[in-house]
Design a protein around this ligand. Structure first.
Ligand SMILES: [Zn+2]
Length: 557
């Protein structure tokens, strides 16, 4: 392959130059090519009139550099290096390009190949300069961006807030959304809850910023200024510059009347102050969630009020009514409170009475103690795998449901696909519930064995267990729930529902004369009911005494 020497010539009129005419430069170049056995190609910039040394303002040089970067040029001739540029930075840039592409530079004074140590050292220095230059450039860009942000000429990035859209990187009002934005603000100012606004948006098929039709309270709350106090709608928002940490106030188009914004701000303050800050209850309630109010079906929670010296379990329907004010029907309940200490004693003592008598329980403990732990590990693994499978199927179901709602909302007719999809969803549903049931059964069995193992050693003195959490673990193992019912003003029934028929079960020897022939356990009963009487005694404190404790039933829960 014939190699070419590319000869670059130029003359500047801005500086007086002698003996460096274009012809002279070309001639020298040709001679150099001949001496080195190279073909030649001339690149004549001509007479350069501008005083600017920027190589980008010289078209021939620009093309030449582009070809170098393309790897087309290996040898370059210039009369002297200031033909390329007198400007230090420009020359540096050109030199970096030459080095990177291993171009040999020929001048009147000889050739530079950038191969020696000196050149490499220089290259290092040059790289530093290049990096510094780039940093300066990006800082200029950053400053430009920040200025443009401040003036509202650029959006900070990411999806714009509800009510806006982007046009050429700039925030502009989205007229359709502004209509709804106003409505949202007005409804909120009227004192309606977020859940109400949310329903309105869903009913009217308004899309969230992520294009979904399912709104949640939080997404509504954010529009109403939960994060930025509605500033953006009033004409400004803040942006935090990651590099400097500087917080910049940026302009935005004001798309809501100030009066409406102020109303919403006021309403938000009002709602926040209404939300009473409740202390976190650190007490441990042995029977929390295990006690069920039989009047209304709610769970019962405990409360200890040291000031009033009152300790009681109460039906949490009141709490639920407040919490789900707008989403669930209100429950009415007249159960009232029951004292903590006595209720816990009644439950614990009754369970102890039952368990100590139970042949079934003793038998279970015996079986557990002798069963192998490796088979239990296999069971645990199986459960784990099944669980994973269920969650995989569930996410698949979610996807299919999304697709279905998409198709249902689509203008085109997708009846066939919808039918197929509905069938698929139905099958998935059935499959999941079957698997879940199986997992639950397996899980219960494993937990049961674990649980029995925990108490196996203490079986003879269970009554001595006093640590509340340990008591709770035991109760969770044997009880499914405890129902509390109001019989009349003073009488409450406490119905303990056991998971297995422990109450008054019995053991029957296959051959009473020969016990080696084994035995059979006959099921007992599941429920034990205790009636107790509430009475006010010292001060406000309510006492409770047991009035009957042997009402048992065989019915399973
Ligand atoms: Zn209740």
């Amino acid at each position: 392959m014939d190699e070419y020497l590319h000869i670059y010539t130029r003359v500047s009129t801005a500086i007086q130059e002698k003996g460096t005419s274009l012809d002279y430069q070309t001639e020298l170049g040709k001679k150099c090519a001949k001496d080195n056995g190279l073909e030649c190609e001339i690149h004549n910039e001509g007479v350069h009139t501008s005083s600017s040394e920027d190589p980008m303002e010289r078209p021939v040089l620009r093309t030449l550099l582009a070809r170098i970067e393309n790897g087309e040029i290996r040898n370059l001739f210039v009369y002297n290096q200031d033909r390329l540029s007198r400007n230090e930075i420009a020359w540096t840039t050109i030199k970096v390009i030459l080095m990177r592409h291993k171009v040999t530079l020929y001048t009147e004074n000889g050739k530079i190949s950038f191969d020696n140590a000196m050149d490499r050292l220089l290259f290092g220095v040059i790289s530093e300069i290049t990096a510094y230059e780039n940093a300066l450039r990006s800082e200029r860009t950053r400053q430009g961006k920040l200025r443009s942000l401040r003036e509202g000429k650029t959006w900070k990035g990411g999806p714009p807030n509800f009510g806006y859209q982007l046009k050429e990187k700039q925030l502009i009002p989205n007229d359709n959304e502004v209509v709804w934005l106003k409505k949202i603000f007005e409804i909120y100012s009227d004192g309606k809850p977020l859940s109400f606004i949310r329903m309105e948006l869903i009913k009217n098929k308004i899309k969230t910023r992520r294009g979904k039709t399912l709104w949640n309270d939080r997404s509504v709350d954010v529009i109403l200024g939960a994060e930025n106090n509605c500033d953006i709608y009033a004409g400004s928002y803040t942006y935090r510059d990651k590099k400097s940490g500087e917080v910049i106030k940026c302009k935005s188009p004001q798309i809501l009347p100030m009066k409406l914004i102020e109303q919403v701000r006021k309403e938000r303050k009002k709602r926040t102050s209404m939300r009473t800050v409740r202390e976190v209850d650190t007490n441990y309630y042995l029977l929390r969630d295990l006690l069920i109010c039989d009047e209304c079906g709610s769970k019962m929670w405990g409360r200890i009020n040291h000031k009033l010296k009152r300790e009681f379990y109460y039906c949490k329907s009141g709490h639920d009514n407040y919490r789900y004010k707008n989403t669930k029907p209100t429950k009415t309940c007249s159960l009232g409170n029951i004292p903590i200490k006595q209720t816990e004693d009644i439950v614990w003592d009754t369970v102890m009475d039952v368990m100590e008598q139970s042949n079934l329980f003793k038998d279970e403990v015996k079986t557990q103690v002798t069963s192998s732990s490796s088979s239990m590990d296999d069971q645990r693994l199986l459960i784990e795998n099944k669980r994973k499978n269920v969650s995989r199927q569930k996410s698949k179901l979610t996807q299919e449901n999304q697709l279905l709602s998409l198709l249902n909302n689509h203008e085109d007719d997708h009846q066939d696909t919808i039918k197929q999809l509905e069938l698929k969803i139905l099958n998935l549903d059935i499959n999941i519930s079957e698997e879940e049931k199986l997992v639950q059964e397996l899980d219960e069995k494993v937990r049961w064995v674990d649980w029995v193992g925990q108490f196996a050693k203490k079986i003879d003195n269970l009554r001595d267990v006093t640590e509340p959490m340990e008591r709770r673990t035991f109760l969770d193992g044997v009880l499914s729930k405890i129902e509390v019912k109001k019989i009349d003003m003073h009488i409450r029934s406490i119905n303990l529902k056991f998971k297995y028929p422990y109450i008054n079960d019995s053991l029957k020897w296959n051959d009473p004369q020969d016990k080696s022939k084994g035995y059979e356990i006959l099921d007992g009963e599941y429920n034990r009911m205790i009636q107790s009487k509430l009475s006010k005694s010292v001060g406000k404190k309510t006492e409770m005494e047991i009035i009957s404790k042997n009402v048992s039933t065989t019915k399973k829960v």
